[in-house]
Design a protein around this ligand. Structure first.
Ligand code: ZN
Length: 503
């Protein structure tokens, strides 16, 4: 069989695998939106069956043989060409999946199911002791995963690589600690300024049907295509790119909370724009897939924060908001509203944090989870280490572990090495946005006029349509001309918050 034939065979198999996984994605979306509670046990069986089938296909000996035949063949694909990228990435995924013994995968699935239940209970009672043995077990198994996946770097690198291919702890530290050195003083200056917006503006009466139509209008305005996607309600919002022409985003509404649903919708729409921008002709292959979690997050954060919390955006949307919510906004000036949606204040809960302090939450989790994995921090010492560090970084003392180390689901679910992708998203968003501004000129003028297409077109061409052609760090360099660093994000935060807070 020629390398070309082998390649075609490989791609055919891989597309089928992705079709199977997209079936699971539909079930996952349904589970989190409309499925009645009583369907949970049956849904779990459906998921288990599909996951088993997908695993079999992804790790089939034939896939390994086809890959070897292509790699050993005398036909050499040009680096970064479509076939070269597909083979490289399928090889990566195949190795990753075949390196993990099935017994370990099963043990981890069981341990995390139990750990998630224990975590929920522990968080409710704010009793870390209930979670401790489970976290210990998840960590033990996760270290085994790292051992199996390791290719030279540290255990933590092996775990990080699952979410952010090619990224290393060493590189993250270089950028993250530089960020902290400049961000912490900015946040401290904001706190010391004594200035604060009237945040009560955003917790007035915002009827839910109007919130929904206003959110949809904004998502549509930035380019989310509702012919090829939809918006539904859920408890924990997410975006699911099911396949070409079908991208599902979700949000949650509260009559007395404007920001939660609106910025949540923009955030998920940002993820959705990336999925809608992937090249449909390459669906089911790495060239039609997103680069990494960090790059995905860069798209959501860009639309949510860099665009959606910008002054120019509200120059366009505030008059509409006032029409839609006349009672809530009748006495509110555009400046007061803009300040309210950019309220910076240290708080205990990550998911409620503002654009600036959010990164401090992530940096803390990154340092602690690496110490847990590398064995430098015994699990029993986690609450103490968390609180000590939190007080140093935020000037606040967590009242209990529910407001501290028990607040996030990630560790119970075995998602270790995942947190850094959030701040990577902010860093990449800042660099991309800076580059877009220099290419597209007066972005603010465009946004103020309700024109978002130039930015979206720019992202489509440089990022979305490239699929996995480049790794995240290569993509950042290619698009912005610079390696990842903290400067663009700090420049953005300073230029926004210094004038607002007079610091
Ligand atoms: Zn996101």
């Amino acid at each position: 069989m020629s390398a070309q034939r082998a390649y075609e065979d490989l791609i055919g198999r891989w597309k089928e695998l992705q079709l199977l996984e997209s079936c699971a994605a539909v079930l996952g979306w349904d589970e989190r939106t409309y499925m009645p509670r009583g369907g949970a046990a049956h849904r779990a069986e459906q998921h288990a069956l599909l996951a088993g089938m997908a695993h079999e296909r992804a790790t089939a000996a034939e896939v390994g043989e086809l890959l070897s035949r292509i790699e050993e063949g005398d036909e050499h694909f040009t680096p970064d060409s479509t076939p070269a990228v597909n083979v490289r990435e399928i090889r990566r995924e195949y190795d990753r999946r075949t390196k993990l013994p099935r017994s370990l995968v099963v043990a981890l699935a069981k341990a995390t199911t139990l750990a998630e239940q224990a975590w929920q209970d522990a968080r409710e009672k704010s009793a870390f002791g209930l979670f401790l043995p489970h976290l210990d077990e998840v960590l033990r198994l996760t270290r085994e995963v790292a051992e199996a996946l390791k290719t030279g770097g540290s255990a933590y690198d092996a775990l990080l690589d699952r979410f952010e291919p090619g990224e290393t702890s060493r590189n993250l530290k270089r950028v993250f600690w530089a960020l902290r050195d400049e961000l912490a003083p900015l946040v401290a200056a904001i706190v010391d300024s004594g200035k604060a917006p009237d945040a009560s503006i955003l917790i007035r009466d915002y009827p839910v049907p109007e919130q929904a139509s206003f959110g949809i209008a904004a998502a549509e305005a930035i380019g989310f295509d509702f012919e090829r996607g939809r918006l539904d309600e859920t408890v924990h919002p997410f975006c699911s790119g099911i396949g070409p022409g079908d991208t599902r985003i979700t949000t949650r509404y509260d009559r007395n909370q404007f920001a939660q649903a609106f910025f949540g919708t923009l955030h998920e729409a940002g993820h959705g724009l990336y999925d809608q921008g992937l090249d449909a002709a390459h669906f089911g292959t790495p060239m039609g897939d997103a680069v990494s979690l960090g790059i995905h997050e860069s798209q959501s954060r860009m639309w949510e924060n860099f665009v959606g919390r910008g002054r120019a955006f509200w120059t366009h949307f505030f008059p509409q908001a006032r029409d839609v919510f006349p009672l809530a906004l009748v006495d509110v000036s555009p400046d007061a509203f803009y300040f309210a949606v950019n309220d910076v204040r240290p708080s205990f809960i990550r998911v409620e944090a503002d654009e600036a302090t959010y990164n401090l939450h992530i940096l803390l989790r990154f340092a602690l989870e690496e110490a847990l994995v590398e064995g430098d921090l015994p699990v029993a010492d986690l609450p103490g280490a968390w609180n000590e560090r939190f007080e140093r970084d935020f000037g606040l003392k967590p009242p209990d572990d529910a407001h501290g180390c028990l607040q996030d689901v990630h560790w119970s679910a075995g998602l270790i090495g995942y947190f850094p992708t959030y701040t990577l998203g902010n860093l990449c968003a800042a660099q991309f946005f800076e580059a877009a501004r220099s290419d597209l000129g007066d972005l603010d003028g465009q946004f103020a006029g309700g024109e978002f297409q130039p930015l979206l077109g720019w992202l489509r061409e440089r990022i979305h349509r490239e699929g996995k052609r480049y790794t995240a760090s290569e993509l950042v360099e290619k698009v912005t001309g610079k390696p990842l660093d903290h400067q663009a994000l700090m420049a953005h935060l300073k230029s926004k918050f210094r004038p607002l807070y007079g610091v």
